[in-house]
Design a protein around this ligand. Structure first.
Ligand SMILES: C[S@@+](CC[C@H](N)C(=O)[O-])C[C@H]1O[C@@H](n2cnc3c(N)ncnc32)[C@H](O)[C@@H]1O
Length: 432
């Protein structure tokens, strides 16, 4: 840019929906109002975002604490990272209103931004908190002494020892466990006793950060040692889980979490703020202002987190029913019989509420980014990106980019049977 040259910035949508950006020289003064330096910078950032290959195939996705707990439809860290880097500056605040397992939160902190995460799922809030909290030396010692106790028990179980339990091969724990119906249906009897014992040991940890991390590790093994088919299939199938397996798996996961959290502890700036709220975003939580929203909303009819996480939530002492009532997009709500069945308008009206809230909390001229795929409702394909863009436009936002990424069908969290999602959009709206 020279003193005598001005720049006209035009965004164009191609027929494929990709964004192109044109920079044209025009007479000085003609477009004076458009020449705010921030707008030029933003345009360049958007152009850079448009040139990214969003598939990020073959990239490492489990760095730092990203891999400590599985989460259905979790996005890869490279997606929020690219948006945060281009659309905010260090020290600004990012929000994710459907933060799930906290991918945006961790990436924001790594990139030196403050962050606010909201999720209605108590498990999501727990994982998010554990993922972003570093451990100091004393906490690391506490974590490792807990591990040593677990290792002793694993050793006793391996040798088939009756000590410290006195019930033959299958010991009886004095620890709390969910209702017997849940336990009998989903778990082998010795697995219930081992989980109850492990839960008891975790609850004895006095440090909140260490205990949260251990609860997350505990939760991470529950589906594997249960009869639940998989993370996104709430059906029962018989599995062989040997005596001591709960403790062995837990220790292996704990070691991984310890290693991950040490990496995190080396890079996180303790001055940065990270607030995690376990609440319904439709209840308009009071979070103050933020400079960027990056979120991957639940798509209508795609997943039922309250079901997939039911056994984990019950073991953690949470009530999946309360979460079920407020879960957006749940497959259960969209396949319900009668007048209670949710439809496209349900999702639309939920987004009207969300945009009203985002408008109050997002700073002027800042961006709201949605990573979203299509879904199928009553045999009809729903273009969720268009739906969200439409609601956003009516709520005082303007679409500035819609980029496409192909989802790798080999990813574990990808469930082609539900919603037939093969690609997703990165939708970028700007508050007018
Ligand atoms: C696609 S997932 C987000 C995954 C996240 N991006 C990650 O990387 O883990 C959508 C999230 O929306 C949450 N959710 C559903 N209904 C909600 C509501 N009413 N308020 C807040 N969060 C909700 C679900 O619990 C789920 O964690």
């Amino acid at each position: 840019l020279t003193a005598t040259t001005t720049v006209l910035i035009l965004f164009q949508m191609t027929s494929e929906g990709a964004v192109t950006l044109d920079l044209e020289s025009v007479d000085s003064g003609t477009l004076h109002a458009s020449l705010h330096p921030a707008h030029v910078e933003d345009a360049v950032s958007l152009k850079r975002l448009a040139s990214i290959k969003w598939d990020f195939s073959n990239e490492h996705t489990r760095q730092l604490t990203h891999g400590i707990h599985p989460y259905p439809a979790k996005f890869i860290p490279q997606i929020p990272a690219a948006l945060i880097e281009e659309l905010t500056a260090p020290g600004e605040t990012v929000a994710d209103v459907f933060c799930g397992s906290g991918t945006t939160l961790l990436e924001s902190l790594r990139l030196r931004r403050n962050v606010i995460g909201i999720d209605a799922n108590p498990l999501a809030a727990l994982i998010s908190r554990a993922k972003v909290r570093p451990l100091d030396k004393i906490q690391t010692i506490a974590l490792r002494s807990h591990r040593a106790i677990c290792q002793d028990i694993a050793e006793h179980l391996r040798r088939g020892s009756k000590d410290p339990f006195d019930n033959g091969v299958h010991f009886v724990s004095s620890g709390w466990r969910p209702d017997s119906e849940v336990c009998e249906f989903w778990f082998l009897p010795h697995v219930v006793e081992e989980l109850a014992e492990l839960r008891k040991l975790i609850r004895e940890i006095s440090d909140d950060t260490v205990r949260t991390l251990c609860e997350v590790v505990f939760s991470s093994i529950i589906v594997t040692v249960s009869k639940q088919d998989s993370d996104t299939r709430y059906v029962r199938r018989e599995k062989i889980v040997s005596v001591g397996n709960v403790f062995r798996r837990y220790i292996a996961q704990l070691d991984f979490a310890d290693d991950s959290i040490q990496q995190l502890s080396r890079i996180v700036d303790s001055e940065l703020r990270c607030d995690v709220l376990n609440c319904n975003v439709l209840d308009a939580p009071d979070v103050g202002f933020f400079d960027l929203l990056v979120t991957s909303p639940p798509y209508p009819n795609a997943y039922s987190y309250h079901l997939y996480h039911r056994t984990r939530l019950l073991w953690l002492g949470h009530d999946p029913e309360s979460f079920k009532k407020i879960e957006i997009g749940s497959h259960r709500k969209y396949s319900a019989k009668g007048v209670n069945r949710a439809d496209e308008n349900t999702f639309r009206s939920e987004f009207e509420t969300i945009f009203g809230w985002v408008r109050r909390h997002l700073r002027d001229q800042k961006y709201a980014c949605f990573i979203v795929g299509d879904s199928t409702l009553a045999g009809r394909r729903i273009d969720n990106a268009s739906l969200i863009s439409d609601v956003g436009t009516k709520s005082g936002f303007r679409e500035v980019a819609r980029l496409e990424r192909v989802i790798q069908a080999t990813k574990k969290t990808f469930n082609p049977a539900i919603g037939k999602i093969k690609s997703e959009k990165i939708l970028i709206l700007r508050k007018c």
